[in-house]
Design a protein around this ligand. Structure first.
Ligand code: PMP
Ligand code: GLN
Length: 415
């Protein structure tokens, strides 16, 4: 393995998906995916496309994005970014948000360039930066000291502004932002985004904004696209995911949008590493977007109804976690809850698990004893900062109500 890839440690996803198969937990609240059906019109669109009249929908399509899809993405995002998007030069369709991240990073990061990452972070960022020869610079979101009895929310996890400013310098090429945030659920406020934007402008830094959870934001919080802040469009690449937007994570279709000169660099990576994405899925996503755009002003539009549906699942999970000894961080967005398990430590013998980090030991024991699989958050930290996340575990709540009720039962039995 080339040295720049590090030791090639097992990814948390590979390991925990294998554990799900091995332990057969009664509920899997680990990897983030819904365990129920996507909207009917979405799955029907794919069935119709694959077996419909036009045989070309099962053949290669335009490399930088199927035309009907990029046109609909332009329709969706133009009003949201306050600017008419050019579907041909300003949008790229990718193999999931993963490939959008990959093309954005490989397309811009050169040997020795520094990239600022906010911890905890979606784990692939670090690998992608290193594989481009870049140097990741980490800054943790830190929970404000909790007051007894007061509920902690994702807004209590903040960046130290002085520490943040000290990371920016002449070698800084890029900042990766993720809002709404995985795993904390933080929705960055206008003021927090302004601080980040001011630093990017001052030091001429690009911003990759990973917004795959853009529609999962809980009132009164609002998703703000950093690309809409003054002077930021020209230095921002924004990333989205059809998998997250339509609850079809297995469709692995995503996109990046931004100014043509920056998008050109993503196209170069994409045209040589991927070339084109799955045609029938792109056509189906295009039709699904059209369907939602036609009812955008109605509460039934999936972009808005999904968050309404999720908020009661969030509240229920938070409640049962609190009742059973966890200290959850209430998320303002996304579909994960980070919960502190320190108070349960005396109930569980962690010495039998060999992992170095306590949260890995806890999640494995908890899955075996309680039958509930969750994800250890130290996977989302750089080696030096893992202790910040060790007393937490991550629960995914985009699950059927009956599975959340089963979680309550399992928690009570275990307690
Ligand atoms: N970014 C974040 C923050 C994620 O949680 C995920 C997982 N969905 C991705 C990117 C990758 O998304 P996709 O499944 O579309 O590749
Ligand atoms: N984004 C999802 C999560 O955080 C899935 C990640 C993955 O499968 N690599 O759970």
């Amino acid at each position: 393995l080339p040295a720049r890839y590090g030791a090639g440690e097992k990814s948390v996803w590979v390991e925990y998906i294998q554990l799900a198969a091995e332990y057969k937990p009664a509920v899997n609240l680990g990897q983030g995916f819904p365990d129920y059906h996507a909207p009917d019109h979405v799955t029907k669109a794919l069935a119709n496309v694959a077996t419909g009249e036009n045989p070309l929908f099962n053949q290669y399509t335009r490399g930088f994005g199927h035309l009907r899809l990029v046109q609909n993405l332009a329709k969706l995002y133009s009003p949201l970014v306050g600017k008419e998007l050019d579907p041909i030069n300003e949008i790229l369709v990718t193999n999931g948000a993963y490939e959008a991240l990959f093309s954005a990073i490989l397309g811009h990061v050169d040997e020795g360039d520094e990239v600022i990452i906010i911890e905890p972070f979606f784990d692939c960022y670090e690998f992608m930066i290193k594989s481009a020869g870049g140097v990741p610079k980490f800054i943790p979101l830190k929970p404000k000291p909790s007051q007894d009895g007061k509920e902690m929310t994702s807004a209590d996890w903040v960046l130290d502004e002085k520490e943040l400013a000290s990371l920016f310098g002449s070698r800084t090429k890029m900042l990766i932002l993720n809002t709404p945030h995985n795993p904390v659920g933080k929705v960055f406020t206008a003021q927090e985004l302004q601080t980040l934007a001011d630093l990017c402008k001052k030091h001429n830094v690009l911003c990759i904004s990973d917004e795959v959870y853009e529609w999962m934001v809980y009132k009164p919080h609002k998703h703000i696209r950093i690309a809409t802040l003054p002077g930021m469009w020209e230095r921002t690449i924004t990333i989205g995911s059809a998998g997250k937007t339509f609850s079809v994570t297995g469709w692995k279709t995503g996109w990046a949008y931004g100014p043509a000169d920056l998008m050109r660099n993503l196209q170069v990576v994409h045209q040589n590493c991927v070339y084109t994405c799955c045609t029938p899925i792109q056509e189906a996503v295009a039709r699904s977007l059209e369907f939602e755009l036609a009812r955008y002003d109605s509460p039934e539009c999936y972009f808005f109804s999904l968050a309404e549906e999720l908020v009661s699942k969030r509240d229920y999970l938070v409640k049962i976690l609190k009742e059973n000894g966890f200290k959850p961080v209430v998320p303002d967005g996304g579909y994960f809850v980070m919960a502190d398990w320190t108070k349960l430590e005396n109930k569980i013998d962690l010495s039998t698990e060999p992992d170095r980090n306590k949260d890995y030991r806890f999640t494995k024991k908890f899955a075996k004893e309680a039958g509930i699989l969750t994800i250890p958050p130290t996977a989302f930290y750089s080696a030096d900062h893992r202790h910040v996340g060790e007393s937490y575990t991550r629960f995914c709540f985009i699950k059927k109500d009956e599975n959340l009720q089963l979680t309550e039962k399992l928690l009570k039995e275990w307690n």
